[in-house]
Every structure is written in structure tokens, then in C-alpha cells.
Write a protein that binds this ligand. Structure first.
Ligand code: FAD
Length: 327
């Protein structure tokens, strides 16, 4: 691709210091608009993870393992990203719409006095400009946005871009970037760290997701779906109505204000398919819906659907799985 754009991807690392999947997605997005794709990796493990970023499309990686750079210290991350972007001078900066990215990107844009385009699901070059596409009005319309100021700072919705296949033959530089981060920038400190116990598949990474909506009527019905998810090797997800009712924690929520997922199979039970819910699963390869209302929106988005009461459908579905030898 020949363009005059240079991209800086603000990559992310997992708690164990390996490359977080959002980094590959951002590199793939950057490859649509720029030849030169530089990647910033901050925190313990950045240098080693840099090679992986090269294989996924970065032309150069800037790493810093400064001890202040941890995911909970976004103050230091913003300072680092600002210093790095000032040195690298990209035309666009891509940030994940993640817990860290949502905190970092607006503050970075503010420091450069440029607009921030949030929650982008596509980017393309149009003449001299990068045009970003993002859902608006709760996902009911798409807006195309170009900014005249640079660097153009964008947050990209997770699971919208498939990472490029890792190419082990690719070589590129991983350099230590010189940053001057003073401990005084840090305005928060970690008091305690509580790691949520996670059983089974992680919702964002699962190949199969079984999701429940308000139509399951009672949290007492949840175990049946947890058991189904376990049988299918799936993660459990939910609509916001279920989460707002306190039946499941927010970490289960799929949608505009929840998680974005891209499973091979998204099996929904008694979810109406509001646009805000569908915003989180538009990249699911196959949506299968069970709902008693033939007019509900989710059937418009589904590959297969069953019009019926979930209480009647579920036993037969489970029996069929058992017959098929799905343990
Ligand atoms: C700014 C904003 C952000 C939002 N973000 C999100 C988000 O991230 N995720 C999200 O999910 N929502 C989100 N919402 C809320 C969204 O608009 C819907 O209200 C929500 O998704 C509805 O959840 P639901 O489908 O479970 O419930 P309902 O819309 O109440 O649907 C329940 C469905 O169950 C079916 N049903 C009932 N009984 C049975 C039965 N026995 N058998 C089979 N089917 C049955 C009904 O026909 C119905 O279709 C957001 C809203 C706003 C305004």
C-alpha cells in the first residue's frame, strides 16, 4: 500500500508480559492505511514481545520496560505515549478501545490538542486523509470521520480486525526508546490487586459463546446455561438487561458498553438483539438465536433461529448434544 501515512500503534501487554491480542488487531488495522507502522510497547516484557509485534506487521518496535509503566499506572503510560509520539511523529495513532486505551487515548489527544475518534470499526485512506468509520446513535448508523489535524488519534473497537498471520521470516528493529518518566506523574497507586477467578473460556477469546437475555426470566435459570456452556466448551455471555438486573457481573456483558466478541458461534437465548447488544457481536461468524418473538431483531442478524420458548427448546438441544457425543 502506498500512502503518506505513518502509523503509531500503542500496543498492550498482558499481565504476564506477552503481547495482548489487541496489539495484533491494531497492527492489522494500521496495515490498511500505512506502509510505515511503528509500535510502542510499554512495561515488563516489552522487548521480548516486540519480536512478536514485528511478525504481526510492525516495521519497527519501540520498547520501554521502565518500572513505572504498568497497566494500572495510566498516568505514566500517557506521559510515555506522549513522549514517544512526539519523537516518532506519526500521522495517526491507533489505540485499542480497551480498559487502558479508553483512559489513555483522550488524554493523549488532549496533549496534542487534536480530536479523538473513538470506537472505530474501520479505517481507510481517502486521498491525503485517513477516514475512520464508527457507529453512532447506539449503532443504528455509521459515521465517517476525517480529521485535518495530526496526529489523528483513534481508538479501535476490539475484535474488529483479525490480526495478520504471524510471519516468522519478517525482520524488524526492536529499539529501546529513551523516555523521561518522573515518578511525580503518577497520581494513583496500587493498594491491592484482586484477580477475578475465571473458570472456563475467556469471553473475548472464546470460539463459542452461549449468551442469555432478560427472557430467561429468573437468575435461578442461569445454571442451566452455565452447564450448557461448559458442555459446549463455550464462554457464557449476557445482555445488559441481565447484567443491570444483577444476575451476572458486568464482565459477562456483550455490546456497545460491554465486550466485543468474534466467536465462530454465538448462541443466544432470549435476547432481543437491540442495536447496542449487536454492536458487540457483529463479528461473530454465526449467530444462532432462540427467542419466542418471531419479530425480534436478533432474527434479522442470525444465520439460524428457533422461534420458541427457551424452556421447551433447551432440553431438546441438550439431548441432541448428548446424542452427538458432545460431552
Ligand atoms: C447507551 C446504551 C448502551 C447499551 N449497551 C448495551 C450493551 O452493551 N449490551 C446490551 O446487551 N445492551 C445494551 N444496551 C441495552 C439495550 O438497548 C437493550 O435494552 C438490551 O440489550 C436488552 O436486553 P435483552 O435482549 O436481554 O432484553 P429484552 O429486550 O427485554 O429482550 C428479551 C427477549 O427475550 C425474549 N423472551 C422472553 N421470554 C422468552 C422465552 N420464554 N423464551 C424465549 N424468548 C423469550 C423476548 O421475546 C425478548 O426478545 C444499551 C442501551 C443504551 C441506551
Amino acid at each position: 500500500m502506498a500512502s503518506n501515512q505513518t502509523a503509531l500503534v500503542i500496543g498492550e501487554l498482558t499481565d504476564t508480559g506477552s503481547l495482548d491480542s489487541i496489539t495484533g488487531e491494531l497492527l492489522a488495522a494500521a496495515s490498511r492505511v500505512a506502509d510505515s507502522i511503528e509500535c510502542l510497547l510499554l512495561g515488563a516484557g516489552a522487548t521480548e514481545a516486540g519480536q512478536q509485534a514485528i511478525q504481526l506487521g510492525a516495521t519497527k518496535v519501540h520498547a520501554s520496560e521502565d518500572a513505572l509503566l504498568t497497566n494500572i499506572n495510566v498516568d505514566a503510560m500517557v506521559e510515555a505515549a506522549h513522549q514517544a509520539a512526539s519523537q516518532i511523529n506519526p500521522t495517526i495513532v491507533l489505540v485499542g478501545k480497551t480498559l487502558v486505551g479508553r483512559d489513555l487515548a483522550p488524554r493523549l489527544a488532549f496533549r496534542f490538542d487534536v480530536p479523538l475518534v473513538q470506537d472505530c470499526i474501520d479505517i481507510a485512506v481517502d486521498g491525503e486523509q485517513v477516514v475512520a468509520t464508527r457507529p453512532v446513535y447506539g449503532g443504528n448508523a455509521l459515521a465517517k470521520i476525517a480529521c485535518s489535524k495530526t496526529p489523528q488519534v483513534l481508538t479501535m473497537r476490539p475484535k474488529t480486525f483479525d490480526p495478520l498471520p504471524a510471519d516468522a521470516s519478517k525482520s524488524g528493529e526492536v529499539v529501546q526508546i529513551s523516555l523521561n518518566i518522573d515518578a511525580s506523574v503518577q497520581r494513583v497507586s496500587q493498594v491491592e490487586r484482586i484477580t477475578e477467578e475465571q473458570e472456563g473460556e475467556k469471553l473475548e477469546e472464546a470460539k463459542i459463546v452461549v449468551a442469555v437475555g432478560r427472557g430467561i426470566a429468573d437468575p435461578a435459570n442461569l445454571p442451566a446455561f452455565e452447564s450448557l456452556a461448559k458442555t459446549m466448551g463455550a464462554a457464557l455471555g449476557a445482555s445488559r438487561a441481565v447484567v443491570d438486573a444483577g444476575w451476572l457481573d458486568h464482565s459477562y456483558q456483550v455490546g456497545l458498553t460491554g465486550k466485543s466478541i468474534a466467536p465462530e458461534l454465538y448462541l443466544t437465548w432470549a435476547i432481543s438483539g437491540a442495536s447496542q447488544h449487536m454492536a458487540g457481536c457483529t463479528n461473530a461468524k454465526n449467530i444462532v438465536a432462540i427467542n419466542k418473538d418471531p419479530e425480534c431483531n436478533i432474527f434479522k442478524e442470525s444465520r439460524f433461529g428457533v422461534v420458541g420458548d427457551w424452556e421447551k427448546v433447551l432440553p431438546g438441544f441438550a439431548a441432541m448434544l448428548s446424542e452427538m457425543g458432545v460431552a
